[in-house]
Design a protein around this ligand. Structure first.
Ligand code: KG4
Ligand code: ZN
Length: 344
């Protein structure tokens, strides 16, 4: 089965063609256009500007993804669409203007070429990014850590989710983005902080990074909280002590505090629920240091870590296609609409 998948829930415009049966997903193409440079100018996403860019990017990205997936066909929509069995699209959660661009594109294709639609939850699809290269082993714990979400979810099988914890306020990616801005680094904060933190660690391998708090660390909950961390960064930056701290050290302190906060709760869940498989996914899982720390800490409690390929950590349409291949719930185009507040 071949699926044409579309993702446009935030600031990316992505189209992918995936193929597969059972637990075997191959990505024939995945084209992603980003309006990152636009958001760098404003230090964050302005929803209206993101959606306008997505309207501009959608058709060229779609065209490119089809050309790459089917290089031997003559480039014409009819011929391409004959190869496609269904269309998958992110219906939520996300920004309404952005979601509408993807959903209306999917509905138009479905109506014109008489194809069914598989509506996809973006957060669940982040988990399925890691099933592109790994066969899922249930039960598993998924830590979905992105700019919009930080959720700890137990999956006993496909389509069986139980959220056992997660953030009570800001998402971890949001915390990276806000802290980066406080210390004067560019949007998106995750990669900017990671770059400076790496250089600090390389020069100071033995320094303990414990200047920032680990919120809720000692409380009997699987929840985390990041809004206090952001305030602590601001306070430290403005203090006399903070004025002597280098940008690189600040970045390393922030990265370590977020990493520690997350892995402490993940190991706590793994131990108390006796879980052997952990998926770490979402944009923040692109962080190299976090991947290493997660791997080591989970090995110590006898659990295996699964992460998506780097290119499928941040938002992309291949993960939407992967979810659709495992969860084939077909709908007619009339019955598909965006839901910005969609939950698990
Ligand atoms: O999953 P994603 O692409 O979009 C959402 O669904 O939110 O995640 C974007 C988030 C941003 O907050 C960004 O700063 C963070 O992922 N991010 C990272 C890294 N790359 C992206 N955070 C830490 N380290 C990275 N290397
Ligand atoms: Zn995402």
């Amino acid at each position: 089965m071949k699926i044409l998948a579309i993702e446009s829930s935030c600031d990316e415009t992505s189209v992918s063609i995936v193929e597969g049966e059972g637990s075997n997903v191959s990505v024939l193409s995945c084209e992603t256009a980003t309006s990152l440079n636009l958001h760098k100018e404003t230090g964050g996403i302005i929803p209206e500007r993101a959606a306008r860019k997505q309207i501009e990017f959608m058709l060229p990205t779609l065209n490119e993804a089809l050309k790459k997936a089917f290089p031997s066909l003559s480039p014409n929509p009819e011929e391409y669409m004959q190869q496609i069995d269904a269309i998958a699209v992110t219906v939520g959660p996300g920004l309404i203007g952005s979601l509408l661009v993807g959903v209306e594109t999917a509905r138009t294709l479905a109506m014109t070429f008489d194809k069914p639609i598989i509506p996809v939850n973006h957060v669940k699809a982040h988990i399925y990014a890691s099933f592109i290269n790994h066969t899922p082993n249930f039960p598993l714990l998924a830590a979905v850590v992105s700019g919009g979400h930080t959720d700890f979810v137990l999956m006993s099988d496909h389509n069986k989710y139980e959220r056992v914890g997660g953030t009570r306020d800001d998402a971890a990616g949001e915390c990276f983005d806000k802290c980066a801005r406080i210390i004067g680094l560019q949007y998106p904060g995750g990669p900017s902080i990671a770059k400076e933190a790496d250089s600090f660690r390389e020069d100071n391998p033995d320094i303990k990074l414990n200047l920032l708090p680990r919120p809720l660390a000692n409380e009997n909950t699987f929840d985390v909280s990041f809004s206090g961390l952001k305030t602590a960064v601001l306070r430290l930056k403005e203090s006399d002590e903070g004025k002597k701290i280098s940008l690189q050290r600040f970045a390393a302190e922030i990265e370590e505090a977020i990493t520690d906060t997350l892995i402490n709760k993940v190991t706590k869940i793994v131990e108390s629920k006796d879980i052997k498989n952990v998926v770490f996914c979402g944009g923040v899982s692109a962080n190299k240091h976090m991947r290493e720390v997660f791997e080591g800490r989970l090995e110590a409690v006898d659990a295996t870590l699964i992460v998506p390929e780097l290119e499928f950590s941040t938002d992309n349409a291949a993960m939407i296609g992967s979810f659709a291949l495992f969860n084939k719930e077909f709908k007619d185009w009339e019955d598909v609409s965006p839901d910005p507040e969609l939950h698990f």
